[in-house]
Design a protein around this ligand. Sequence first.
Ligand SMILES: Nc1ncnc2c1ncn2[C@@H]1O[C@H](COP(=O)(O)OP(=O)(O)OP(=O)(O)O)[C@@H](O)[C@H]1O
Ligand SMILES: [Mg+2]
Length: 288
Amino acid sequence: MDYSVKTDSVNRFTGSDDYVVSDELMYATNIAIALQKPLLLKGEPGTGKTMLAHAIAKSTGKKLYVWSVKSTTKASEGLYIYDTVQRLYDSQFGEGDVGDIRKYIKLGRLGETFLSDEQVILLIDEIDKADLEFPNDLLWELDQMEYYIPETKETVKAKHRPIVVITSNAEKELPDAFLRRCIFHYIEFPSPEIMTDIVAVHFPDLEEKLLRSAMERFYWIRSLKDIQKKPSTSELLDWLQALVISGISVEKLKTEIPYMGVLLKKNQDIAELFRAKEIESRRFDVRR
Ligand SMILES: Nc1ncnc2c1ncn2[C@@H]1O[C@H](COP(=O)(O)OP(=O)(O)OP(=O)(O)O)[C@@H](O)[C@H]1O
Ligand SMILES: [Mg+2]
């Protein structure tokens, strides 16, 4: 089904040469841009949530501002911080005009995008890392695209509403009032076909047989039901690189899984892999 958005090409995301995008993700992105609402992306780690914002920037030629959320991040910091320490310091050591409060207002990532003369892209990365108040506190600013600075009694209004991309790792539920304002898209873990395209972007010259064997192994590991932390796209890419630089042959991949630690990061998962491999090789021996 074709759900393409009929907008001008400047504001349309058409993908980029280093990012593989499904039609559904492309439609969701373009409808979010057209409706001027934040695009909220969820999905397993490594499914390209952060990369999408970079790809939109590349495709539209707009500047990208990245606001990486930490557990201690407060929404107000994204707008501005009032540097009272510097002001106190200046007042004690006689530096500059301390009466000019505006000098001590330091803009945050969101605040900066409001002042830009052109429309920009704002990535609010990993919103679920902050506490639940964080998205609630952003509601007004994201809706109205303005904020008030009590210290200077000024209201700052965005010159252009930025294209907002928000990522979340699906661990925490976000408040309903926040969800209501977003366009939501869940990035599914790539199918082997899409993964082959993603790998091709990163390793265009990879030997086909090696890729096929490595992919088979990778999806087999992901299918083991007792694996707690399934390897992601970025781990597959790292693993392929490890196989290439160490010259591992396709033959070896049939019986061994070299550099397991690139794919699996938990003792229990590595033990589970050994167990599964043992069962697999016994079955293989019986068949022979
Ligand atoms: N669709 C894609 N096209 C090209 N490369 C991709 C794609 N999806 C993932 N990758 C690659 O996988 C890696 C992880 O992508 P990214 O950091 O965007 O994932 P993420 O979903 O933000 O993960 P996390 O939740 O851990 O932050 C990147 O190096 C990126 O190059
Ligand atoms: Mg990310």
